[in-house]
Design a protein. Structure first.
Lengths: 301, 740
């Protein structure tokens, strides 16, 4: 488990990470979301041991990470702007990481690069941005590290590759307990992979919660009432977070169990009623508005 | 065993991995040492082989000996391979940790599962290996090449390895400094500048102080032995070169050079090597600390610590502006009101421009040139205070006199003595060093009084109106007085001893045995012989007796007896009063010659005064005394030369020539010989520089057959030997002046 407690880090007068407390548990995919400059990369660099915190603590499997090779061996960091040796090939990078990570799986690397159609003899400088990201993910997966820290890794991957990468992670999660930590400013990207999401804004954590819990407690429905009286009757006892109207079609985001919410609306015999799937984006909009943030301003721009 | 193998294997893997990322530098190192060690050695041997028929001087030497000698001068202590070390160490120091300058590489390397200390050590070792492996291999191959050419010698192999070792320690010292400098920066450009600062700031500081002392302190002794420029603590090449080139054996370059000399250089190099080891130890600890505490976010910054920026800005701006001001002072040549204004303006402009430039570098943005502008006036005030401290001699440097109770001994050097000697390895040492080594005056109160008068005399320029030169042209003897303080410090002052100095005071100094033993070699003859034998190529040693009547050659065996007699005369008769009133009538020299009777550049000289009757009698008894000054009757003609001094300098003309016996006698009566060196003699002509700025020189031509010469000294060749004379004070004949 990665445990961050009251973590602070500033660059000059800029407070990049402000009193962050987070727990990244085993067996889940942790999504770290936030706008550019929210502190996602800084947080990942702190967890990787590249940066040292000014206050607070970072414990990875109950051990401090900074300048601790034993712990750092459990972590593989894929930065947004990954570095490869000048003029190197995938094979060279593979050899390099093999020398660092004792559990590096060379056979799997060969297999995956073939599967992803990455030419191991071709210079990496000739790779596209997406191919470089794929290579880094493959190197990370094959390193045998338990914690895979990805900074904007899915940015630049096409949908097919994105799915492939997700599958790889899922496989390693079940096989050897890989814990991916994925930082992104794109909520949609994380929606179908993350189990737990932390939302950063201006260095602080706005929210950190299991996605399933969030979804269980929030419902989005579309409904056409027979009359305004029915509408008032159906909504009067509900905790409605958002309400939109298009003609006679109403869309509500409501806090509460699905059965409870559904029974409420169906009790007025609506002309049309449907429970919709909530996107992560909508969950965040709803949740953050509750704590006083208009998330659309900084998530959706 | 397995563990050891595993550790070694890991080490090798790691070093290979790091080297793979630094291939250009590794390749450059290999190339440089191939070119210098192997190609250079081959060329040197080849050149020596080709020149054996041309260089007849050394034809007696075998090619093997000549080859060993040339390889020694290329690959040994005299080689210039140290320069590659210097450049290589700085390049490696900067490049080794350059990955810390970019965020992407910082993330890449700092996320590695390894301790920072491990990485620091690995890179430092790699820096060392990139230098050491090619250079050591090159050295060994160069020796192999020497062996294959039949020029090998045991001492040569030892010298090559010892030289490599000394250079390697120097390399380590520079590397540690360069690494520390580079770790204080966040870009390659500022790393280069920081290296320049690290290696240059102390030298700049010392030279600035030295030149300011030299320019503004009248009594400053700039004869080169000043402690301020006698050591550069933070300059490893200086320690290396000073200890090696300072070795007496370093100057031995001929066939006599061998194992003992090589070993002597190595021994003399030891202090420098040890100092470089200390530098290495200190700076590698500093570098390690900087690396350990360095933050990843320092990547891309110019300088990582604000305090360092402030230190650089203040020190560089103050020193450069002081030097700029001094440069303007030098252009003016003397102090004046307009010069002062120009100096101050120059200092202020330099500070303004320098600070703007430095802030631009620190911020990497020209728009920040005037950032922290409040520091400019602070720097200006400090600089002007320092400049005026020198200019006005606020510390009282020129007035300083030691408390006699704090002085252990003193020495006094009159530049006119023109002494020379060699040290134990035949290297020439300066008159200052010689007298400093030999003279231990204990009558410090008298020396102190002389120093006071001499310092006042020397400062008369600055005390004359607004620092104009004085009108009087009073003659003086330029001298250095040195103090050995009881606390171990050495203090020297340059003084002008006025011609009208109290003779009694001077006699109290000059008549002491300590003074006389300091300036004249009066010790055991064997000691002198030992010195002479150290002169390279010396095989013949002879006494020569010079007077205006000729030169006689005596044998080396006479030296013992001569010294006893001469020392007695010196101790009985030599005094300031005597030496200032009389020129020597001749001199005895102990010269060194080689087999071909060519004089080598060494000769101890003992002036003989008319009052040295025992010496003259001894020389006469041994058939060496040809007589003193030539008499008017022995003169064929005299020639009067006039020198005029004006704003454009000096020019001379032949005023007239006379062969009139009466006129010759009159002129010789009114003049004194300048044939032999006389430290304290009051030369008339100089003090006769009259209001017309005219001086006179006299050339006296001896008649044919007067001059005796049994030596190989061809300066006496021909029938007309010429001797110089000068008029005595106020004795210039009116017809000479009238002709002017």
């Amino acid at each position: 488990m990665i445990a961050l407690e009251h973590l602070c880090k500033s660059f000059g007068s800029t407070l990049a990470v402000n009193d962050v407390t987070l727990n990244i548990k085993e067996g889940e995919v942790f999504g770290l979301v936030g706008t550019n400059g929210a502190g996602k990369s800084t947080l990942l660099r702190l967890v990787t041991g590249i940066l040292s915190q000014e206050s607070g603590s970072i414990l990875v499997d109950d051990m401090p990470v900074f300048d601790n090779p034993e712990v750092k061996q459990k972590i593989f960091f894929i930065p947004d702007d990954a570095y490869f040796f000048p003029g190197s090939t995938s094979a060279v990078m593979c050899e390099y990481y093999r020398s660092i990570y004792p559990d590096f799986d060379k056979e799997r690397f060969d297999h995956l690069t073939e599967g992803f159609r990455l030419d191991t003899k071709k210079k990496i400088s000739e790779f596209s941005k997406g191919m470089k990201k794929q290579l880094m993910v493959i190197l990370g997966i094959c390193s045998g590290a338990r914690y895979l820290l990805c900074d904007e890794t899915f940015d630049g991957l096409d949908p097919v590759m994105r799915q492939g990468v997700k599958s790889l992670m899922a496989q390693d999660m079940s096989d050897r307990g890989l814990v991916p930590v994925i930082a992104s400013h794109n909520l949609r990207e994380l929606e179908d992979i993350c189990d737990h999401v932390g939302l950063l804004h201006q260095g602080g954590v706005l929210l950190s919660e299991d996605l399933a819990d969030m979804k269980l407690g929030l419902q989005k429905v579309q409904i056409v009432f027979n009359s305004d009286g029915d509408r008032e009757e159906a909504t009067k006892d509900l905790n409605i977070l958002l309400e939109e109207q298009r003609g006679r079609l109403y869309t509500y985001t409501v806090r509460g169990e699905r059965s409870y919410v559904e029974s409420h609306f169906r009790s007025v015999n609506p002309l049309f009623f449907e429970v919709l799937k909530l996107s992560l984006e909508e969950i965040f909009i709803s949740e953050t508005e509750v704590v006083g943030y208009d998330i659309r301003k900084f998530i959706l721009g | 065993m397995t563990s050891a193998n595993s550790s070694l294997g890991k080490f090798i893997r790691e070093q290979r991995e790091i080297t793979a990322r630094r291939l250009p530098l590794a390749a450059l190192s290999v190339l440089m040492y191939f070119l210098y060690d192997i190609f250079g050695t081959a060329m040197a041997i080849q050149r020596e082989r080709a020149s054996i028929y041309i260089d007849t001087d050394d034809a007696v030497l075998t090619f093997a000996a000549r080859g060993a000698r040339i390889v020694s001068s290329w690959m040994g202590f005299r080689g210039i391979g140290w320069f590659i070390c210097v450049v290589g160490a700085i390049l490696l120091g900067i490049q080794g940790f350059a990955y810390l300058y970019k965020t992407s590489t910082v993330d890449f390397y700092l996320s590695r599962p390894e301790k920072r200390s491990t990485r620091f050590c690995a890179i430092t070792v790699n820096n060392f290996l990139i230098y050491a492996l090619p250079s050591l291999l090159g050295t060994l191959l160069a020796f192999l090449l020497t062996v294959l050419n039949g020029c090998a010698a045991g001492w040569l192999f030892s010298e090559m390895l010892l030289a490599w070792l000394c250079q390697t320690v120097m390399f380590l010292a520079i590397l540690a400094m360069s690494t520390a400098a580079s770790l204080l920066t966040g870009t390659v450009v500022t790393a280069v500048l920081m290296n320049a600062f690290f290696f240059g700031i102390e030298a700049l500081f010392r030279l600035t102080v030295y030149f300011h002392m030299s320019a503004y302190f009248r009594t400053f002794d700039d004869s080169g032995d000043q402690p301020i420029i006698n050591r550069f603590l933070l300059l490893p090449p200086y320690h290396y070169l000073k200890s090696i080139t300072g070795s007496p054996a370093y100057s031995i370059t001929d066939s006599s050079y061998g194992y003992a000399n090589m070993l002597q250089i190595a021994k003399d190099a030891l202090p420098g090597v040890l100092f470089n080891l200390i530098i290495f130890a200190v700076f590698i600890v500093i570098a390690f600390y900087l690396y350990r505490t360095r933050k990843a976010e320092h990547a891309g910054l110019s300088v990582t610590h604000r305090a360092v920026c402030v230190f650089i800005k203040f020190s560089a701006a103050i020193l450069f502006s002081l030097d700029a001001g001094l440069f303007v002072y030098w252009i003016f040549g003397r102090k004046s009101a307009s010069e002062l204004v120009a100096v101050i303006l120059t200092i202020l402009v330099t500070i303004f421009v320098g600070c703007a430039l430095l802030e631009t570098i620190f911020a990497q943005n020209i728009r920040d040139a005037f950032h922290r502008f409040y520091q400019v006036p602070v720097i200006a005030v400090i600089t002007l205070i320092v400049m005026f401290a020198f200019r006005l001699d606020i510390t009282g440097y020129d007035r300083w006199l030691p408390d006699a109770s704090q002085v252990e001994s003193a020495w006094l050097v009159n530049y006119n003595y023109n002494l020379e000697d060699v040290d134990e390895f035949g290297s020439y040492i300066s008159q200052n060093s010689l007298i400093k080594k030999r003279m231990f005056l204990t009558n410090t109160e008298d020396v102190r009084e002389l120093a006071r008068i001499g310092q006042e005399m020397r400062c008369r320029y600055d005390d004359n109106s607004y620092n104009e030169f004085p009108d009087d042209q009073a003659y003086y003897w330029n001298a250095i007085v040195g103090w050995r303080m009881k606390n171990g410090k050495i203090v020297t002052r340059s003084i002008d001893i006025p011609e009208n100095i109290d003779p009694a005071l001077m006699d109290r100094i000059v008549k002491t045995k300590e003074f006389q033993d300091g300036v004249y070699r009066l010790e055991n003859a064997d000691t002198i012989r030992e010195s002479a034998k150290r002169i390279s190529g010396a095989s013949r040693f002879n006494l020569y007796v010079n007077t205006e009547h000729g030169v006689s050659t005596g044998s080396d065996s006479m030296l013992d007896e001569f010294l006893k007699v001469y020392a007695g005369d010196v101790h009985n008769h030599y005094s300031f009063t005597m030496a200032s009133a009389n020129a020597p009538v001749g001199c005895v020299e102990y010269r060194v010659s080689d087999n071909g009777w060519r004089n080598r550049y060494y000769g101890i000289s003992w002036p003989v005064y008319e009052s040295y009757t025992d010496t003259i009698a001894f020389l006469d008894r041994n058939g060496l005394w040809c007589g003193g000054f030539i008499t008017p009757e022995e003169v064929a003609r005299v020639e009067i030369l006039r020198s005029v001094w004006d704003e454009d300098g000096e020019y001379s003309e032949n005023l007239f020539t006379s062969d009139d016996t009466a006129q010759i006698r009159e002129i010789m009566d009114a003049s004194m010989s300048t044939t032999y060196t006389s430290a304290w003699y009051r030369y008339g002509s100089t003090s006769c520089l009259d209001e017309s700025n005219v001086t006179y020189d006299i050339n006296v031509y001896a008649k044919r057959g007067i001059i005796y010469n049994d030596s190989d000294d061809d300066s006496y060749a021909g029938d007309e030997a010429c001797f110089g004379r000068v008029f005595l004070n106020d004795r210039i004949p009116s017809y000479v002046k009238d002709r002017s």
